[in-house]
Design a protein around this ligand. Structure first.
Ligand code: HAM
Length: 421
């Protein structure tokens, strides 16, 4: 137990850090180009926020939240998603009084869900998300989708298809609930227990059921797209026109309902090409009523979230992971105890010139220092010592070609820096 991470969690190891940093850099660039600024909200919030925000009939709230009472007796929940916290912050910090739309992103924020750990499903994962507050136009969703695709294709991912749907608004959704309940009413006894409960509280959730027998029944259910009000229909059509104008490949998927209750009008997902079937790489949509529901002024909004672990999984499956950068470019070896100081000083002088340099920290023999330099993939080893040192030079060995040359110790930092540039 002591040396085992909790089920469903993963360490980010030093050898993978560059991947996360690379992805984060691309996320920052993509978001900044579209005028989004970073927001960071706490890892935990009051439980009430998620009960009201995410919806108390959702799987996330019913089964998956990490909730506990703190020492002050308050019910606290580790963030099971990023949107509710961003909305809370938007309201609490009066961001609605600033220029709207207010566009924010969060960078690989830790998210906690008590899920059944399996490939691509973790109990702690990390989301990059973008949220736009104060834009009612379908251009908001088009901008989000196009920014997202720009980011993903910038990583090298290809053949990405966006699945879009509209799930209507409080005007047209009751009409759809009615039609759905009429259809399901005669069949509900052949469905799973969870669907029977959902039938009363939130029939839309039934469309999301993964049970085969339920899926068969759902396949013949009326479609929400046939029940949209004029406003929702026009919004959906304009979004499609915007995507088409940008040559963004999309598919209308009338069965997307999403696992959170706050959505209105547009919902969208990108499904992973590789890996487990049906796993979403990304999910998002419009949530025009959430800000008001949580106590803020009525503010239309939309956003998406994408899991870093799933991005890495998709890159790995498509063989697109970039090679790891070298840990150090120059390893400065010393040939004996009395040369430790000049060797250390040379490494420091190289660092001052922005060269990745390292020297012995373990009191090793020259042979062992070479072995270490080889293990960490150093391009060069500079040897400080011997009669070369007495002559005021260092020996520089190219670890790949094994070629050796002498350079004056006095100009070694700038000579080596030049060699690497
Ligand atoms: P979501 O679809 O629940 O949406 O999650 C978004 C993304 O997070 C998924 O597409 C997936 O990449 C990743 N993800 C979710 N659960 C897991 C898990 N257990 N393990 C690994 N990755 C996972 C939301 O959370 C919404 N807040 C998105 C949003 C933002 N909608 C509007 N704004």
């Amino acid at each position: 137990m002591l040396t085992q991470a909790p089920k469903g969690t993963r360490d980010m190891l030093p050898q993978d850090a560059y991947l996360w940093q690379w992805i984060e850099q691309k996320e920052r660039e993509a978001a900044a180009k579209a005028g989004y600024r970073e927001i960071r909200t706490p890892v935990f919030e009051h439980t009430e926020l998620f009960l009201r925000g995410v919806g108390d009939t959702t799987d996330i709230v019913q089964k998956e939240m990490y909730t506990f009472n703190d020492k002050g007796g308050r019910s606290i929940t580790l963030k099971p998603e990023g949107t509710a916290g961003a909305v809370r912050s938007f309201i609490e910090n009066h961001l609605f009084q600033e220029a709207l739309p207010c566009k924010v992103y969060y960078l690989n924020a830790p998210i906690f869900r008590y899920e059944n750990p399996q490939s691509g499903r973790l109990r702690e994962h990390h989301q990059f998300g973008m949220e736009c507050f104060g834009g009612k136009e379908p251009a908001v969703e088009a901008e989000l989708i196009s920014t997202l695709l720009g980011f993903l294709t910038g990583l090298g991912l290809q053949n990405l298809k966006v699945h879009v749907n509209s799930i209507g608004c409080p005007v047209c959704r009751p009409r759809y609930h009615e039609a759905l309940k009429n259809y399901l009413g005669e069949r509900i006894h052949d469905m799973c227990e969870t669907c029977q409960e959902r039938f009363q509280k939130n029939p839309l959730r039934i469309l999301d059921c993964k049970e085969e027998k339920c899926k068969r029944i759902v396949a013949g259910a009326p479609l929400i797209l046939d029940c949209l009000c004029d406003e929702c229909r026009a919004h959906f059509e304009e979004l499609q026109a915007l995507l088409t104008a940008q040559n963004i490949p999309y598919e209308i998927d009338p069965h997307i309902v999403r696992g959170l209750d706050y959505y209105t009008k547009t919902v969208f997902e990108i499904i992973m090409q590789a890996g487990r079937e049906g796993l979403a790489l990304c999910g998002g949509g419009r949530y025009d009523d959430l800000v008001e529901q949580l106590g803020g002024p009525a503010t239309p909004a939309a956003g998406f979230g994408i899991g870093a672990e799933r991005i890495i999984m998709e890159l790995r499956n498509q063989n697109l992971l970039p090679p790891a950068p070298t840990v150090t470019d120059v390893y400065v070896a010393n040939l004996g105890t009395d040369l430790k100081i000049p060797a250390f000083s040379l490494a420091q002088a190289l660092r001052a010139l922005n060269v990745k340099a390292d020297s012995d920290l373990a009191g090793r023999s020259l042979k062992a220092q070479f072995k270490f330099a080889d293990k960490i993939g150093a391009k060069y080893v500079a040897i400080v010592g011997g009669e070369e040192y007495d002559r005021g030079v260092v020996k520089l060995r190219n670890m790949e070609t094994k070629e050796e040359r002498e350079i004056p110790l006095s100009s070694a930092p700038s000579d080596i820096a030049r060699l690497l540039s």
